[in-house]
Design a binder for this molecule. Structure first.
Ligand code: SF4
Length: 331
């Protein structure tokens, strides 16, 4: 059964596997290669076999190699020039979110955009948008006390960090709000920003196939991101943005009460576990989160497999760990 699932998964992920004669399933020699082109030829109309790498950008910093996703590093020089003024305002806004205090993020000095040369809207195809619908009022109730509708509304109207100025839509989260398994990603990309749903691009499609491989329909999982608004040009979220947004994912976890949390990529893992450890150090062992000590597994972001198909075998190991843990849960 497990072997059959292995083959199903590896086929779905474009993995070629052969078995050395006389060895058992655990001793399988796995060779991984990017054979999506062959699959495309066999089933050109099937979205399951299309590895469109057009949205997979090469990492620009070695620290991004370990599965943090395709994001680029921020312009730290310009960030330094803006972070000090933005930081105080964001800290105040976050405090307002947590405590329901009557502080307004617009009373602070607005953060300037990075000094680097941003492409024009016509080049990106995404028109920067001012959030004219935002009420600019903090929630009357602290985030920690919000129910689902109020939390969703708070995110939709949030202006607690500079990312609100460029978003098309906030990306709240999706899936089963009573799920046993909750996946935590990093931040919306272009597709997510347009559609308002997490993991809807190529990486999201791959994630869906990965879940299917362990017989877990995506609809039975809850998926949320650490950051609810798309960072410009897919750069890494900055620490003050993560801090400003953190209360939302924490509340989502409280409401879902999952039995198991899985962090997808370095940024999500570092933010949720509040550590600066590398993904290499965090992956492969269990962590815990919150007062309930929810078990947390750290694995690669699906986009990492699009860039580095040979790492899919490691991803399969992580998926098996998740499946084993879920099977042990009381029904
Ligand atoms: S990223 Fe989070 S904190 Fe920043 S504006 Fe969006 S919802 Fe608010």
């Amino acid at each position: 059964m497990e072997r059959a699932r292995s083959r199903q998964y590896l086929k779905a992920m474009g993995v070629v596997l052969w078995r050395q004669r006389g060895t058992d399933a655990d001793a399988m020699s796995v060779a991984v290669e990017n054979d999506w082109a062959l699959e495309d030829a066999a089933a050109p109309s099937s979205p399951h076999f299309v590895a469109n790498t057009s949205d997979v950008r090469a990492p620009q910093h070695p620290a991004n190699e370990q599965g943090s996703g395709p994001r680029v590093q921020p312009n730290t020089q310009s960030a330094k020039s803006t972070s000090s003024s933005a930081h105080a305002g964001i800290a105040a806004a976050r405090a307002a979110l947590l405590q329901g205090a009557p502080a307004s993020p617009r009373t602070t000095t607005p953060a300037k955009p990075p000094a680097s040369t941003p492409p024009a809207a016509s080049q990106t195809g995404v028109k920067p948008k001012q959030n004219t619908s935002a009420t600019n009022q903090p929630p009357a109730t602290p985030v920690t006390d919000l129910d689902w509708p109020a939390l969703e509304s708070a995110v939709a109207n949030c202006q607690a960090c500079q990312l609100c100025t460029r978003r098309n839509r906030t990306v709240f989260g999706s899936g089963d709000r009573q799920a046993s398994l909750m996946l935590v990603g990093e931040a919306p990309g272009a597709d997510e920003d347009r559609q308002g749903e997490p993991f809807v691009g190529n990486a999201g499609q791959l994630l869906t196939r990965m879940l299917t491989a362990i017989e877990l329909p995506r609809e039975q999982v809850y998926i949320g991101n650490i950051i609810k608004c798309r960072p410009p040009y897919n750069r890494d979220p900055q620490p003050e943005e993560i801090a400003a947004c953190r209360a939302f994912i924490e509340r989502q976890i409280e409401l879902v009460e999952p039995h198991l949390l899985v962090c997808l990529g370095r940024i999500a893992a570092q933010a949720l576990l509040q550590t600066s450890a590398s993904l290499r150090d965090l992956r492969g062992r269990w962590h815990s989160f919150g007062p309930s000590q929810i078990p947390v597994l750290v694995t690669y972001h699906p986009s990492y497999y699009l860039r580095s198909p040979t790492e899919k075998a490691r991803g399969w190991d992580d998926l098996q760990q998740i499946a084993r843990r879920l099977r042990k849960l009381p029904h």
